[in-house]
Design a protein around this ligand. Structure first.
Ligand SMILES: NC(=O)c1ccc[n+]([C@@H]2O[C@H](COP(=O)([O-])OP(=O)(O)OC[C@H]3O[C@@H](n4cnc5c(N)ncnc54)[C@H](OP(=O)(O)O)[C@@H]3O)[C@@H](O)[C@H]2O)c1
Length: 254
């Protein structure tokens, strides 16, 4: 087992069948004894596990609370207590006000937000009883401020950032670490069809490396790539009138 600052025996990663989650699983393969990977695509999980040493597939839909609880039980029965959970499963849909689609909005809320809540429902009693553990929630820089055509996605990620802060206020004193991961643009199946320029785009492997490094250092917020994330963070400091003027100019340019 590779020597790292943080030692994890059992790691659970949701949304590990592609993109960032897949690369995270590969990085954790030589950092943990039992890497539990979840997603709906069981075939992809089987392939991933077949080409790894410590990776084990647990197919689950994160929108199904009962199935998520059963999955966590099974992971702990087979792999031992979960030391680190990376709640990464996500769904993205480009949507402007002209294309309002309630079903897609509901999917965003169910996968991105309730998916994390369903995992917390299963994890919190276990970690609280043990007084240890680390929960990492994958949000997005898109959660920093309201962005155009992001109405089925951005609000769910803003909620996750708030949720991580809320959790940290109560969990840190009880021995449980919380991290929130805020990626910029990452080249994955999620973003491949985006019809707009993606400044600061990085590969999924690099994104996973940023995440592992931040988790190993016990960071609360892991935002990357640094320059783009800093620019997005600056938007939070602008007064509303200036922010909307800047975004308006950006829309006109686009
Ligand atoms: N790519 C970016 O630019 C970017 C930027 C900021 C934040 N993020 C966030 O990073 C995370 C990973 O995204 P990605 O870019 O790696 O996208 P991706 O390649 O599309 O991966 C999404 C993962 O979520 C899983 N998933 C989706 N719905 C699910 C469900 N109902 N139940 C269980 N698993 C489900 C997918 O697996 P199945 O389809 O097999 O279930 C897949 O493994 C997401 O939370 C995303 O919002 C991405």
């Amino acid at each position: 087992m590779k020597q790292t600052q943080a030692q994890w025996k059992t790691v659970w990663i949701t949304g590990a069948s592609s993109g960032i989650g897949l690369e995270l699983a590969r990085l954790f393969d030589d950092r943990a004894d039992h890497v539990a990977v979840s997603a709906r695509s069981s075939d992809k999980l089987v392939d991933l596990a077949a080409n790894a040493t410590n990776i084990h597939g647990y197919a689950v839909d994160v929108t199904d609370a009962e199935a998520v609880s059963a999955c966590v039980s099974e992971v702990e029965d087979r792999g031992g207590n979960i030391d680190l959970a990376v709640l990464n499963a996500g769904a993205w849909a480009l949507m402007s006000v002209d294309e309002f689609d309630l079903a897609a909005v509901r999917t965003g809320v169910e996968v991105n937000f309730m998916g994390v809540m369903n995992a917390l429902n299963a994890l919190l009693p276990r970690m609280l009883a043990r007084g240890r553990g680390h929960i990492a929630i994958v949000a997005s820089v898109a959660g920093y401020r309201g962005l155009p055509r992001s109405l089925a996605y951005g609000p769910t990620k803003a909620a996750l950032i708030n949720l991580a802060e809320t959790l940290n206020t109560e969990l840190a004193p009880r021995g449980i670490m919380v991290s929130v991961v805020n990626p910029g643009f990452v080249d994955t199946p999620m973003t491949r069809d985006n019809p707009f320029p993606m400044p600061g785009l990085i590969g999924a492997r690099q994104a996973a490396e940023y995440i592992v490094s931040g988790l190993e250092r016990g960071k609360f917020e892991i935002a990357f790539p640094r320059f783009f994330a800093a620019q997005m963070k600056l938007l939070r400091l602008l007064p509303n009138w200036l922010y909307f003027r800047a975004i308006g100019a950006f829309i006109l340019k686009g």
